[in-house]
Structure formats: structure tokens, C-alpha cells
Design a protein around this ligand. Sequence first.
Ligand SMILES: Cc1cc2nc3c(=O)[nH]c(=O)nc-3n(C[C@H](O)[C@H](O)[C@H](O)COP(=O)(O)OP(=O)(O)OC[C@H]3O[C@@H](n4cnc5c(N)ncnc54)[C@H](O)[C@@H]3O)c2cc1C
Length: 148
Amino acid sequence: MSDRVDVLIAGAGPTGVLTALLLADLGVRVLAVDRRTVVSELPRSRGVHARATEVLRRLGVEEDMVGASLPIVPRFEVRTSLADPPLFAAATGGETMSVVSPCEGVTISQDDFETVLRRHLAARTPPSCASASGWRRSNQTPTASPRR
Ligand SMILES: Cc1cc2nc3c(=O)[nH]c(=O)nc-3n(C[C@H](O)[C@H](O)[C@H](O)COP(=O)(O)OP(=O)(O)OC[C@H]3O[C@@H](n4cnc5c(N)ncnc54)[C@H](O)[C@@H]3O)c2cc1C
């Protein structure tokens, strides 16, 4: 891709990549770079809310995200102690949100979610994601270049 972009996003986590996807689909030349060359496999989030799935559906990401999801319908329970029965319980994912959204909440491990997002961003033309550990920042001007 061209060396020049309109927007350079430092950090290709969920926020950075989703922002890049939205900008790329608006025709903005955008590049998301990350200091990590592979996504972190440390356990982090597991849930994508139905309203977030609406955005991901518009971006064409929903199907792949659902394909990589975990077969779990999340629920929360209120108990006075772990040994006591729940005073209140409710499912928070799956079809629970059908009253307010055409989409479902999805349970997906964050590393799988990030992998799906990055794959979609890399498939945009021009590709808009670079996993580059060797980026250097210029303090004088708003530019960044890969280390040679
Ligand atoms: C243990 C744990 C459990 C969690 N559980 C949940 C949960 O159940 N539900 C939930 O909704 N959320 C959960 N979270 C929070 C969730 O992980 C974050 O909200 C989410 O990762 C934020 O995404 P982000 O893109 O804003 O930031 P990050 O995921 O932190 O992404 C930032 C990216 O920027 C990169 N980066 C940083 N500095 C630079 C730099 N100088 N140059 C280039 N790249 C850089 C990093 O490598 C990283 O890839 C959990 C977090 C942790 C730690």
C-alpha cells in the first residue's frame, strides 16, 4: 500500500481495528499498527453485545465472528453466597436481546475476536492493518515509518 495514509491508528486492539474498519469503509486511507506481531492470548473479554454486533453486521464481520464464537449463552446470577441458590438469574446473550436488536450477543474469546477483526481489515483494499513491532515515531512531525 502507499506509504501515506490519512489516519494512522496506534494499537490494533478491538477499538483500533473497529475504528479502522469503519474509516476504511468510508473511503479514508487508514492504517492500524500494533507493537505486537500476534494477538495476545491472555484471557480477556468474552462477550460482544448485541448492539455491537449490529455494527459488525454492517461491516460484514458478524458471520465470521459467530463462526469463531464459543458455544456458551452467558447469564448472570445474584446469590448471597456461591453455595446458595440464585435469587435472580437472567441470560444476557444469545437471543435475549431480540426485543431491542435484530442481532444476538456473541460469546467469543477476545483473541479470536481480534483475529477475525484483523483478518477483515487486512482484506480491505488497500489492506489497512500492519502488525509491526518495529514502528518508530517522529516527535517533530506526525509521521511514523517502519524501521529499515
Ligand atoms: C483479565 C481481563 C479480563 C477482561 N474481561 C473482560 C470482559 O469479560 N468483558 C469485557 O467487555 N472486557 C473485558 N476486559 C477488557 C477488554 O479486554 C478491553 O476493554 C479491551 O481489550 C479494550 O480494547 P482496546 O482496543 O481499547 O485496547 P487493547 O485491547 O488494550 O488494545 C490496545 C492495543 O494497542 C497496542 N499498543 C499499545 N501501545 C502501543 C504502541 N505504543 N504502539 C503500537 N501499539 C500499541 C497493544 O499491543 C494492543 O494490541 C478484560 C480485560 C482484562 C485484562
